[in-house]
Every structure is written in C-alpha cells, then in structure tokens.
Write a protein that binds this ligand. Structure first.
Ligand code: DGT
Ligand code: CA
Ligand code: CA
Length: 575
C-alpha cells in the first residue's frame, strides 16, 4: 500500500500524543506536531522525494532524525519508535485517544492520576464517578466517556436505520436519474424498517442498454468496489456501509423485490408454501414446471400461494403468514394517521426552539396538538424545570394558545421517576397539567425487581399519564434496563395509562415485540418525537416504522385521536 503524506502525519501525531502522555520534553512533542503539519500541508509527495533521494531536511521543521523516520516509514510502513511507545504504554491509551474530546492531556490525567490502564478500570472509574472529580473533567466529559465505552463494548458494524437512510436515500435518488432506469427500491432489512441494518440492498429495473451498473460503481462516495457485474454489484461506501445492487428484468420485479426484502425466514416459509402447491419460487419468479406463473408484482407472488399482500415490516416469520391465511392481518398504522405528538421540548429546558416555533412546525406536520414536556428539575444537565418555572410555562402556553389557530399546545412535563418511584415534582403542580410523562434518567443499574417496582409505583401516581422510552435503551450504546415489561404493560392496562414509542433514532423504544404485547393487552401506545428542535418531527416516520413492526393499527395508537377524542383519554379518572 503506497504511503501518503497524510499517513506519515498521522504517525507523527500519534507519537506526539504518546510522548505528551509520557510527560516528555515539550520541545520534542512540538517537533513531531510541526512535522505532521508540514507533511499535511506539503504540495509534494514526500514518498517520491524519499525514493528520488532528495534532501528531506530542506523541508520546514524536518531535521536529520525526522528525515530518517520518514524514510523508514516510506520503506517499511512502520515506525520503530511508535511501536516502542505502544509497548511502553498500556494499549488502552491508544484507544482512549480515539474517544472524541479526550486529548492527550486528559488521557494523561486518567493514566497518571487515576492509574487507569485497562478499559475495565476506566469503566469502574466512570461508574464510581471518579472521572468528574478530576480537574479539567466534569460531569459532561464523564458522560461522554461512558457513551464512548458503551459503543466500544457493543461495537457492531450495523447502522442505525436513520443513519443508513442518510446514505441510502440520496443514492437511490441519484440512481433514478440514470438513463434507462425504471424502478429503484431499497429492499432488505431497510424496507422492513429494522432498527439497524447490516447493509443496504437496492433493487433496480432498467432497459437492457442502461449504463446503471457502471454508473453505480462510479458513485463518488464509494470507498471500494467489492464486485461488479451486469446484474449485481457490491460496494462499500466511505462511511463503511455496504451496498448491494441487483438489476432484474421487469417480469421478475415482484419476485426479486420479495426475495431481497426478506426476511430470510419469511422467504423460506413462503417458498415452502409454494412447494406444497407444486410451485418453485425464487428471485426470478414463481414457476410451475418451466412456466412462469407469477412474479411481476409482489402481490402476484403472494397470490400464487393463496395469500394477500403482507406488508414488509411484518415479514419476520412471527405469525404473519398464519394471520394472512386466516384473514386477520392488521391494517398497519401510517404516518399520516398521527394527529399530534405528546413529547417535545422547547428552549425552556434542553430544546433549541421556542414554544411558538415548535407549535408551528407541528402544525406543518399536519398535527392538531403538541404536548410540551420539558425535563423536571432533577435533570440539571437538561436545565429541568422546577414548580415555579413550570407554572410560568403553563401561563405562557395559555397565552400562545390564544394566538395560535388550528394547533393547540398541551401542558405537560417529562418528570423524572426518582430511585424510589416517586416523581420529581409535587402533586399540586402535576395536577394542573394536561398530561404527565414519566421517565427514568438515573439509576439504570437497579435489580430487575427494584427497577420494576420503581416504575410500577410511579404508574400508581394519580397524575401519571405516559411512560416515556420504557426500556431506556440507546441503540448500540446502552442496554435496556432490567425490567419486567409485561408486568408494566399489565399495570398500564390496570391504571388506564399509556406507553410511549419514542421515535428518536437511537431509542426506538418501546421495542417492536412489546408493542405487539401492549396491543394484545389493550394498552394504547403514543408514538412521540421527543423533539428537541423543529427538525425532529421528521423522525416520527422511524417510530411509525417500528410501530408497524409491532403490528400496531391506527386504533392502537393514542395520538391518532383528534384533540377532542384525546382530552377525555388524558383525564385520569381511575385512582
Ligand atoms: P441485514 O442486512 O443484516 O440488516 O438484513 P437483511 O435482511 O437485509 O439481509 P441481507 O442483506 O443479508 O439479505 C437481503 C435479503 O435477501 C434477505 O432479507 C433475504 C434475502 N436472502 C439473503 N440470503 C438468503 C437466503 O439464503 N435464502 C433466502 N431465501 N433469502 C435470502
Ligand atoms: Ca441488508
Ligand atoms: Ca445484502
């Protein structure tokens, strides 16, 4: 692999970082940093210079020693000095340096002051809150490290659905502009709206002479072309997301779309149904002997095995084929069914926009109502509200509602559920609100029994309306806390309160299988944006995707109700 100037600069930067951690002479450290900068900004290829035996010491900041190191790196790809530093310091140090926000100074403090040599030791220091006590650190940095550690622990190569969308959708849009292209569909787990996707599968139909495959392989975000052919190609984008593209003829479109949408388990079950009828089903069509009897549309594939169309989000072989056969497939909720949103923040706590802006944005999304639910005072990092501030906000909402037309702000709070299950604000103020959204933001590590009791107790509170992000998980960052979710669902039924499906891309919480359990128990789910800015309402589509995976229909979702229908449902009469 050819060495570029930037590669050598990276090595010199790392040497400088490690020397700094070792408390080396500041001039020495600076020499490596200066050399790194010289290499980054140099218009000439230093490898070519070294190979042509040019005098490297004529470059600014490069003396005999650094010139020798450049030659060494160009010839071997390694630098013995960096290897030696790696051996002297715990390997964790290099990993710590990769955490955004942790420069060599902070890493040195962790190493020298807290004697942290391993990830486990770091984990323990985070847990015991010893990090925030260090000079120059603080609570924010500690949380940052905790997040980075969690990512490190669960480091998987799957992409969150919303992140994959940011790459896949512009690519699909661009593919549609290529001459001769008819259809472009993103299939696979993406189409099934799984919360994370392993890779992107794109299906294309195009004229035989379309240059689509050649063009696809020249897309400027590609890092590597894994395979390239007239009907299938695979590439890895610079962001490391793999994209598989398949081109099929129009008569195979439905069969191919069905095949590449999956899931694999669903496909196998459908193929078996075909076999029972003497049919062969593959990505090219449905065949009886040599004759193609279906495959142009997905509907025709299902029809061939005696079933109605099954929506992609249900295709997990979790009972959807049975349901289709017996005619009780759900009529799944759609984004346009939502009439409001019951969880949003404004500038009064940790949001970015004013109440009025948030209301107008909600209205533009076709909503009749938006509940403002700031954090409560316990959550100091989110500038939570106390009783006085909340009372003031209620007055402000009254004033704004008088000015607004066609949209109503509801008065709410996202109140912290404290460790003992009590709520972080007094009853008198909670009683004045339209709804009380309860949430866990601390003590994630309680035992299953205690965590469950804590939430059940909160739900017993006479003013409790809705449990926010019920499992507390952050995708690829933080595991759900240990709770008996079925017990919580039963409690919600008993108490006449509701569970949230939080649509934030890294939450998507309640999980799909529990949505189904809540539906079966007759508990309504509220699909909420948890918006912290006017842009966040766009995330609701991911929440709706997850709700569809959870078999939810319009009537199972609280915020499909009109404001008039909603009011009595928020009025807690049970106590
Ligand atoms: P992912 O990418 O891990 O999030 O999940 P998928 O479902 O997108 O899986 P992927 O990309 O490996 O394959 C796309 C679809 O192709 C998959 O959902 C079903 C179909 N498929 C892949 N391999 C097989 C197979 O061995 N048999 C059958 N029947 N279908 C397969
Ligand atoms: Ca895939
Ligand atoms: Ca794939």
């Amino acid at each position: 692999m050819p060495i570029h100037n930037a590669d050598i600069a990276v090595i010199f930067e790392e040497i400088a970082d490690l020397l700094e951690i070792e408390s080396a002479n500041v001039f020495r450290v600076r020499a490596y940093r200066n050399a790194a900068r010289t290499l980054q900004e140099l218009g000439k290829d230093v490898r070519a210079m070294a190979e042509n035996d040019e005098d490297l010491t004529r470059l600014p900041g490069i003396g005999d020693d650094l010139a020798a190191k450049i030659r060494e790196i160009v010839e071997t790809g390694h630098c013995a000095m960096l290897d030696k530093l790696h051996k002297q310091l715990p390997s964790t140090i290099t990993e710590l340096l990769k955490i955004p926000g942790l420069g060599p100074k902070r890493v040195r403090a962790l190493y020298h002051e807290l004697d942290i040599h391993t990830m486990e030791q770091l984990q323990r220091a985070v847990r015991d809150h010893r990090i925030q006590a260090l000079p120059g650190f603080g609570e924010k940095t500690e949380i940052h490290i905790a997040d980075a550690l969690a990512v490190h622990a669960g480091s998987s190569s799957r992409f969150k659905l919303a992140v994959a969308a940011q790459y896949a959708e512009p690519l699909a849009t661009w593919l549609r502009t290529i001459p001769g292209v008819h259809q472009v569909v993103i299939a696979g787990s993406y189409r099934r709206a799984r919360e994370t996707v392993g890779d992107i599968d794109i299906l294309i139909t195009a004229m035989a002479d379309s240059p689509v495959m050649a063009r696809f392989c020249s897309y400027d975000e590609i890092a590597e072309v894994l395979s390239h052919g007239p009907t299938r190609s695979s590439v890895v984008l610079k962001c490391k997301l793999q994209v598989d593209v398949r081109a099929v003829s129009p008569e195979s479109y439905g069969a191919a779309l069905h095949y590449f949408t999956g899931s694999k388990a669903h496909n196998i079950a459908i193929r078996r149904l075909g076999q029972e009828r003497g049919l062969k089903i593959n990505e090219y069509g449905v065949f009886k002997g040599q004759a193609r009897i279906a495959g142009e549309t997905e509907e025709s594939v299902y029809q061939a095995v005696g079933l109605p169309f099954i929506p992609p989000e249900l295709r997990e072989d979790r009972g959807e084929i049975e349901a289709a056969r017996h005619g009780y497939l759900p009529k799944l909720i759609e984004l346009s069914d939502l009439k409001g949103d019951l969880h949003a923040h404004s500038r009064a706590s940790d949001g970015h926009d004013t109440l009025k802006k948030m209301a107008q944005a909600a209205q533009q999304h076709g909503f009749e109502y938006l509940a403002i639910t700031e954090h409560s005072s316990r959550l100091t990092i989110a500038r939570g509200l106390d009783s006085v501030q909340l009372t003031k906000q209620m007055d402000e909402i009254d004033r704004i509602n008088e000015q607004l037309q066609g949209i109503t702000l509801l008065k709410g709070i996202e109140v912290d559920i404290l460790e003992d299950g009590s709520l972080d604000l007094p009853d008198w103020v909670l009683g004045k609100l339209d709804l009380v959204v309860g949430a866990i933001h601390s003590h994630f590590g309680l035992s299953r029994a205690r965590q469950t009791e804590r939430i059940l107790k909160a739900m017993d509170h006479p003013h409790f309306t809705l449990l926010a992000h019920p499992s507390g998980r952050l995708i690829a960052k933080r595991e759900p806390y240990d709770v008996d979710m079925l017990r919580i669902i039963r409690k919600a039924k008993e108490r006449g309160c509701y569970l949230e499906l939080n649509a934030t891309p890294d939450r998507l919480d309640l999980l799909d299988t529990y949505c189904q359990a809540a539906k079966d128990a007759g508990v309504l789910i509220s699909i909420n944006s948890d918006a912290h800015s006017v842009l966040d309402f766009d995330n609701l589509r991911f929440g709706v995707g997850q709700a569809r995976r959870g078999w939810l229909e319009k009537q199972n979702v609280l915020n499909t109700r009109s404001l008039q229908e909603l009011r009595p449902l928020l009025n807690r009469t049970m106590s």
